[in-house]
Design a protein around this ligand. Structure first.
Ligand code: NAD
Ligand code: UDP
Ligand code: UDP
Length: 338
């Protein structure tokens, strides 16, 4: 026994935290930037479940400690409060780069998409980690092709109010491909379509969280414009599954990850009424500038190369989110769900 212990101590000093050749690690060391956010925290759950060690880097701008607090005390979990706009030194095998203020009310305040992505690419290059960028369907802008295929270059206003998000993510994709070609970095790009589920920010202005919170609070559902614009809504567990398949698969992408089920905002309001309160009223508001008219992913590429497709339709996923929102809004322990 003492010999084993001596060996352990010596190994630890010798490798300085790195695993020497020939010694197989149990899981991988994974960095999740934005891991205290909505999507990131669900990804962290799955990675820890499968035996990886996870480091979350998050400045808690839109994320919350509550989303990951159930892992505090787990030796395989670590959280660093840090803004990715500043450089950082870490040693990991995989980087899921999600850090980004993702809703219109937040994203205009922050150069995260460009500077943060550059730093995380620099980090990935130094330590030779595989890097996954969570890009967005917004790179297609107000699309002139429907549904959107990955080969479509998009229709984006470079100087509009949404541009720092759309163009920021487009630049992030460019940087990612430049590091791939120029520094031989292993990269993956996901273009995520509208995603919903438990732990979504309650008041960040996105349509599903707005409608659900409004219906629960007995406020009217605010439909912007004529409500005939469409979106496709994906449940968060489907997305996390897609991200992990993409990371561990062989293909760079970009891959659309979204649910092809397409709804107008009026149809979405109806599903929310059916799920929460049939008497919920609808109130029309002026639409925001440059709002895309339609959005629906073509997911043939992900089906073929990742063997992935979403499994949870809106009417099944929405109730799972509603019980989480109910608990967070009213503190109702009985309807707890994660
Ligand atoms: P979120 O706001 O819940 O999560 C983003 C996280 O990043 C938060 O925890 C926030 O605190 C953190 N963050 C923001 N700026 C940071 C910075 N400078 N340094 C460190 N941390 C920072 O949003 P989400 O919905 O979970 O989105 C995750 C990723 O997925 C984002 O990159 C987003 O662009 C992308 N995405 C999401 C959707 C969606 O519908 N949810 C759609 C398309 C793309
Ligand atoms: N970077 C980082 N952590 C690292 C390595 C790099 O945060 O471990 C940052 C670094 O500060 C730089 C960016 O990543 O701003 C890009 O790094 P790279 O080495 O690619 O570019 P260079 O520093 O040569 O311009
Ligand atoms: N929207 C709405 N009511 C709201 C919030 C948003 O009708 O309370 C509309 C918005 O105009 C857009 C759609 O819902 O057409 C999706 O908006 P969101 O901000 O959720 O996502 P994105 O526009 O980024 O796809």
């Amino acid at each position: 026994e003492p010999a084993v212990r001596r060996h352990e101590v010596a190994m630890r000093q010798f490798v300085g935290g790195k695993v020497p050749l020939g010694l197989k690690r149990k899981g991988m060391r994974v960095l999740v930037t934005g891991g205290a956010g909505f999507v990131g925290s669900h990804l962290v759950d799955r990675l820890l479940e499968r035996g990886d060690s996870v480091i979350v880097v998050d400045n808690l701008f839109t994320g919350r400690k509550d989303n990951v607090v159930h892992h505090f005390g787990n030796p395989n979990f670590e959280m660093i409060r840090h803004d990715v706009v500043e450089p950082i030194l870490l040693e990991v095998d995989r980087i899921y780069h999600l850090a980004c203020p993702a809703s219109p009310v937040h994203y205009k305040y922050n150069p995260t998409n460009v500077v943060g992505t550059l730093n995380m690419l620099g980090l990935a290059k130094r330590i030779n980690a595989r890097f996954l960028l969570t890009s967005t369907s917004e790179v297609y802008g107000d699309p002139l092709q429907h549904p959107q295929v990955e080969t479509y270059w998009g229709n984006v206003n470079p100087i509009g109010v949404r541009s720092c998000y759309d163009e920021g993510k487009r630049t992030a994709e460019t940087l990612t491909m430049d590091y791939h070609r120029g520094a031989n970095l292993e990269v993956r790009i996901a273009r995520i379509f509208n995603t919903y589920g438990p732990r979504m920010c309650i008041d960040d202005g996105r349509v599903v969280s707005n409608f659900v919170a409004q219906a629960l609070r007995k406020e009217p559902l605010t439909v912007y414009g004529d409500g005939k614009q469409t979106r496709s809504f994906q449940y968060v567990s489907d997305l996390v599954d897609g991200l992990m398949r993409l990371m561990e698969g062989e293909h760079v992408g970009p891959f659309n990850l979204g649910n092809p089920g397409e709804f107008t905002m009026l149809e979405l309001a109806k599903v929310v009424q059916d799920t929460i309160d049939p008497n919920a009223k609808i109130e029309f508001r002026p639409n925001t500038q440059d709002d895309p008219h339609k959005r629906k992913p073509d997911i043939s590429r992900a089906k073929e190369h990742l063997g992935w497709e979403p499994k949870i339709p809106l009417h099944k996923g929405l109730p799972l989110m509603v019980s989480d929102f109910r608990k967070r809004i009213f503190g109702d322990q009985d309807s707890a769900a994660t």
